[in-house]
Design a protein around this ligand. Sequence first.
Ligand code: FNR
Length: 392
Amino acid sequence: IAHCVTALDFEAAAARGGVLSHSALSYVSSSANAGLSLRGNLASWSRVAFRPRVLRDVHHASPRSRILGFDSPFPFYASAMGQLGRSHPGAEVELVRGLARRGAHGLVSTVSTVPTEEIAGALRDEQRKLAEAGTGKKEDGQSGDRDRDEAFPPSQLHFQLYVHRDRAVTLARIRRAKQAGFRSLWVTVDTPVLGKRTSDRHVQASEALELGLGQAAERAGLGHRTHAPAGDFQPALSWADLAWIREAWGEGPLVLKGVQCAEDARLALRHGCQGVVLSNHGGRQAHSAPDALTTLLEIRTYCPEVLGKLEILVDGGLRDGADVLKAICLGASAVGVGRPFFYALAAYGSRGVERCIDILSEELVNGMRLLGITSLVEAQPEMVNASRLLNE
Ligand code: FNR
């Protein structure tokens, strides 16, 4: 694990370890159509430059933040990924153990491998173990760095909802998540139908060809077989449905995941949502979808009034703690990270998850100090230069 020094290194570690099957590798790396949206996500954050301030006493810096009103040691969380059993046999349980040991938040997918209640139970078990061991501190308490040695707040889990064609199924899912103690409900709205997952189709077609199934291979190439629960999504979902979803969820934050333009952020506020995730689903849904940075800048330009009223989360292509800082400067309250956790979990289980969090957190604090700030409250738009993007 020592040679993993950036979040990107886990992908190579997972590939080197041979722990992922060809089809699991294709599942995690898959993107829509010719991959434009995914490549756009990965490239986007490098288009913003910092405007560092110097001589500002940055001896003690803390990345503490709040996500939907809950304390978090840092402004990032593990984003929803379905079927984590394809990454590691311990699936979501193993992920949650790693998150708990760092106090990190996690968004749990509707299509998890392990039942919702078991995932919530795994978090409680790990937190009990941490309390018994008298920790709540990072394991490497010898760093001598006061900020790093502070006790961190407990992990929180949020629930990602795919709305099923059958309302009764959705209502049961919401009820179970509520009962299991999930803190907020995030409705994924960028998936009325499944995007065209090209690499999954290549794998399915070649598997069928290997088996000598000519016609099946042709069908697979046209998407007649998918791993995701494509037939379950409610394609008729509309803004009006938020009322019954809200009623079923009751008290507690409601978030829309997959907002991709300023108008829809404004509508989310009007419909009583507490937050939005600017996201194109990791480049897996619409072709030529905007990256989250573009949508964030669009909101800053066309409806800045929502920024103070709606919590803005972003995800897609964030692989460096310093890039997380750019998003916070531009008004995001937190950032979701997807694929790096899948690879870290595959290669090293919960230790990989901890390591990935430590890497992002270290880069973030380092970035804050080099920018000349010691708390995220100071992370403001004037600390970055996005003018190149605005003029494009
Ligand atoms: C996802 N994503 C996703 N989103 C969601 O709302 N529900 C889900 O079940 C899944 N499943 C899923 C599986 C896999 C393997 C990936 C890679 C992604 C999207 C995810 O939550 C997030 O939006 C992106 O992954 C963020 O982009 P990066 O960090 O992977 O670039």
